[in-house]
Structures are given as structure tokens and as C-alpha cells.
Design a protein around this ligand. Structure first.
Ligand code: NAD
Length: 323
């Protein structure tokens, strides 16, 4: 028996795979279609098997889940820009893919971790967000809310399997997770800022930059995910997984500029210019992590400068290797 990680070649997935190989001594099976993941992100190990495939291929999912003792389901169409540009593909992957994984797991009672997102809170202003809070979602004419609703549907589906079929499930709502290997191409703010700063290009802040976000180091994220899957108290529950320290995007841009000693200017770009006219962006996002702390007995350290230094060091190494 092995541990299946869907989306295992992605940013969080590849760190999780590395963690599982080291911490559990088990073999790990990765399913990924490499749409945003990269094979080069995965470690060399004779306990690692890689399957290039689509999470929406139901038959293949059933085979892979049948071979597995537990499943970490991270495969998804991710990133606001990707979700806005390719709404149909995003919905297909994020709704159908999760359904196939959960149905296959339910057949044998295989425990599943489902990666959800802070996006499910939508534009709620009830800061900090608690797992059982109301959600405030925008209209169906705005594609970004399709991602929020797809992730919410994944949660409903997982919880329904838990209630009706006793399927062991843990749902993690990731808030911004950052660290080495994350790519800026799909609108992820920290890799984008770091790349701009290292090239001395303008650092582009969307909107007026007073919006705030929290950032958690990916090493802590994967540790939390693994511990939750091994904690009986977590079964059948939803957890916010994120840092509780907020930073404004203006402050973030300045910190990246300082830490990289960049000549970049910081420029503000209206959301309507970067996205469509009807684009909506919540002002503040911050998790209530009481449930995570009470269940695991620890909270993320999330020293933002340390996270930024890790990302900057990786990008500098990349530049040196390629030059
Ligand atoms: P990522 O894009 O690096 O990882 C997603 C992986 O899924 C990629 O390797 C991609 O190639 C793969 N994938 C996409 N569609 C697929 C398909 N149809 N079949 C098989 N594989 C497919 O993104 P990430 O940041 O590592 O996100 C991992 C999970 O965490 C996702 O479910 C995402 O929604 C969730 N999440 C991440 C964050 C964050 O801050 N990074 C925040 C909220 C939620």
C-alpha cells in the first residue's frame, strides 16, 4: 500500500511528497497532469512513483485510490488569473476531479485529505474567519466565485461522504501558503514581487495596496496537513490552515524591495486594468486558527521575513544556475 498525492508535482504537493517520504518511510504515488506542476520539483526516490494523468479520468483514479492506504487530494486548477482565464477547465477539475477521488475513496473507506481554500469565505468582512462562519459569495457572472463555490462544493461532498459512508476526511482551507517552488505565473503575489524586484522591474501592486493578507510557510503547511490526517479528533472536520499575522500588500512590496536591495519602483495598477471590469477582490483575509491550535497544539511561526528570504534565496540560485 502506498500514499496517493494528487497534484503532487505542484507547489504544496511537492513539499508534501518530500515530507511524507522522509517522515513516514512509506512509498508515495503522485498523480499530476503537469498543468502547473513540474516534475523537477519532485525528489529522487525509489519509493516515489509518478503517474502523468488527469484527476478527471475516473477509471484511473479508482485504480490509484485502490492501491493506496490514504489520499491527499491537492490537484486543482489554482490561481486567480488561471481561474478567471479558463473557467470551464477550472470548474471541471475542481468539481469533477474531487468527486471522483472521494467516490473512489468511499468504496474502500480510504482516508482523504481535501485541499480547500480561504476563497470559500468570499468577500466576508467578519475578520478573522472561523470555519463555521457564514460565507459571502459574489454573483455567478464573476468567474472568480466559481473557484470559491467549487471548493465549497468539494467540502460539502467530502462531509456528505463522511456522514453517509463514514469516510474518514479532513478538510484544510489553505490561506496564502508560500515558499520555494511557487510560481508567479498564475498571479501568486510573493513570487511575482520577488521576480520583479530581482529584475529591478516595477513591483506591481493591484489596487491601492491597503488590502491585507496572511502568509504561511509551506514547510509548516505540510506538517499541519500530515498531523491533521493522523489526528483522530480532526476526522470529519474543516480546518483553517494559515498564519494569523496580517500584512498589507503595500508593506509586502516594500519588504520585498528592502530584502532584495532592489532599485524597483512600487507601482499601483487598478484591478480593472489587470483583470476584467467586474473583477472583485476582498479587502482583508485572516483565519481564526483556534481550531488548528487546539487540535495540533501548535500554531504557525510564520515569520514573514524568513519566508521572503527563502523565496528570494531560491530565485537568486535559479538565476545563477541559468546564467
Ligand atoms: P499548484 O498549481 O502548484 O498545484 C496544483 C497541482 O495540481 C499542479 O501540480 C497541477 O499540475 C495539478 N493539476 C491541476 N489540474 C490537474 C488535473 N486535472 N489532473 C491532475 N493534476 C492536476 O498549486 P498549489 O498552490 O500547490 O495548490 C495545491 C492545493 O492547495 C490546490 O487544491 C489549491 O486549490 C489549494 N490552495 C492553495 C493555496 C496556496 O496558497 N498555495 C491557497 C488555497 C488553496
Amino acid at each position: 500500500m502506498t500514499i496517493l498525492v494528487t497534484g503532487g508535482a505542484g507547489f504544496i504537493g511537492s513539499h508534501l511528497v518530500e515530507y511524507l517520504l522522509v517522515e513516514t518511510g512509506e512509498s508515495v504515488l503522485v498523480l499530476d497532469d503537469f498543468s502547473t506542476g513540474r516534475e523537477g520539483s519532485l525528489p529522487d526516490s525509489n519509493r516515489l512513483e509518478l503517474v502523468d494523468g488527469d484527476v478527471c479520468d475516473q477509471e484511473s483514479i479508482e485504480d490509484l485510490v485502490e492501491r493506496s492506504k490514504s489520499v491527499y487530494h491537492l490537484a486543482a486548477a489554482v490561481g486567480v488569473e488561471k481561474v478567471v482565464d479558463e473557467p470551464l477547465d477550472s470548474l471541471r477539475t475542481n468539481v469533477e476531479g474531487t468527486r471522483y477521488v472521494l467516490d473512489a475513496a468511499a468504496a474502500d473507506g480510504t482516508p482523504v485529505f481535501v485541499a480547500s481554500s480561504s476563497e470559500v469565505y468570499g468577500k466576508s468582512t467578519a475578520i478573522p474567519f472561523g470555519e463555521d462562519d457564514d460565507r459571502v459569495i459574489g454573483p455567478t457572472s464573476v468567474p472568480r466565485w466559481g473557484y470559491a463555490n467549487a471548493k465549497a462544493l468539494d467540502e460539502f461532498y467530502a462531509l456528505a461522504h463522511h456522514d453517509e459512508n463514514d469516510l474518514p476526511v479532513v478538510i484544510g482551507r489553505f490561506f496564502n501558503t508560500v515558499g520555494p517552488r511557487q510560481i508567479g505565473e498564475y498571479g501568486m503575489v510573493i513570487p511575482t514581487f520577488v521576480e520583479q524586484a530581482l529584475d529591478d522591474d516595477p513591483i506591481t501592486v493591484y489596487g491601492d495596496g491597503t488590502q491585507t493578507r496572511t502568509f504561511m510557510h509551506v514547510h509548516e503547511t505540510v506538517e499541519a496537513v500530515h498531523e491533521l490526517m493522523n489526528e483522530p479528533e480532526a476526522n470529519g472536520r474543516v480546518f483553517n490552515i494559515g498564519s494569523s499575522d496580517s500584512v498589507s500588500i503595500n508593506d509586502l512590496a516594500q519588504r520585498v524591495k528592502n530584502l532584495t536591495e532592489s532599485e524597483s519602483t512600487i507601482e499601483h495598477v487598478p484591478f480593472e486594468e489587470a483583470f476584467d471590469e467586474d473583477f472583485e477582490e476582498p479587502d482583508h483575509r485572516q483565519p481564526d486558527i483556534t481550531r488548528l491550535r487546539d487540535t495540533l497544539g501548535w500554531t504557525p511561526d510564520s515569520d514573514l521575513d524568513r519566508i521572503l528570504e527563502d523565496v528570494i534565496a531560491e530565485r537568486r540560485d535559479d538565476v545563477e544556475v541559468s546564467s
